[in-house]
Design a binder for this molecule. Structure first.
Ligand SMILES: [Zn+2]
Length: 157
């Protein structure tokens, strides 16, 4: 079965938008099984919960709960922004074979490393994801700097 990437990325974007409306960092993610079932969805909660390890992807993984190792095998992680080192590592740890990225112009994460480890990476260049992230980065550059640990140029260069 081929997953409808645009449909699931739109769910990740809904999470990002909700995060923005809460005053948080607008990055959302959705973990989808190979059969097209949403296993977990989440958004960056650094600001909302004062939790620096709840990024979009790790939040989706947390909300997916305990899954058997096989559940991750054919899964896809949809994320509105290129994944940071932590989330890149989390995808590798759980053996998620496919990552769909909303955009990587605002910030470039561990895409090259994911590919080097055999993960399929698809970049959608989604204008909505880009617009929301750019808006946030302009409005709250200090919060963004905090979230990326000062790596404003990204880690994937
Ligand atoms: Zn991350």
């Amino acid at each position: 079965m081929t997953l409808d990437d645009a449909k699931f990325l739109a769910l990740a974007f809904e999470e990002a938008k909700a995060g923005y409306e809460e005053g948080g960092i607008p990055i959302g993610a959705v973990l989808v099984s190979k059969d097209g079932k949403v296993l977990g969805r989440g958004r960056n909660k650094r600001v909302q919960e004062g939790n620096n390890i709840l990024h979009g992807e790790t939040s989706a993984l947390q909300n997916a709960g305990r899954l058997a190792p096989e559940a991750y095998k054919g899964a896809t992680m949809y994320t509105t922004l290129s994944p940071c080192d932590m989330c890149t590592g989390a995808c590798l740890l759980f053996g998620i074979p496919r990552v769909v990225v909303g955009e990587n112009k605002s910030w470039l994460g561990g895409e090259a490393y994911l590919k080097s480890r055999g993960v399929e990476v698809v970049v959608m260049d989604d204008p909505q994801c880009l617009e929301l992230m750019q808006k946030f980065m302009t409005e709250k550059p200090d919060v963004w700097n905090e979230d990326v640990g000062g790596n404003l140029e990204g880690v994937g260069h």
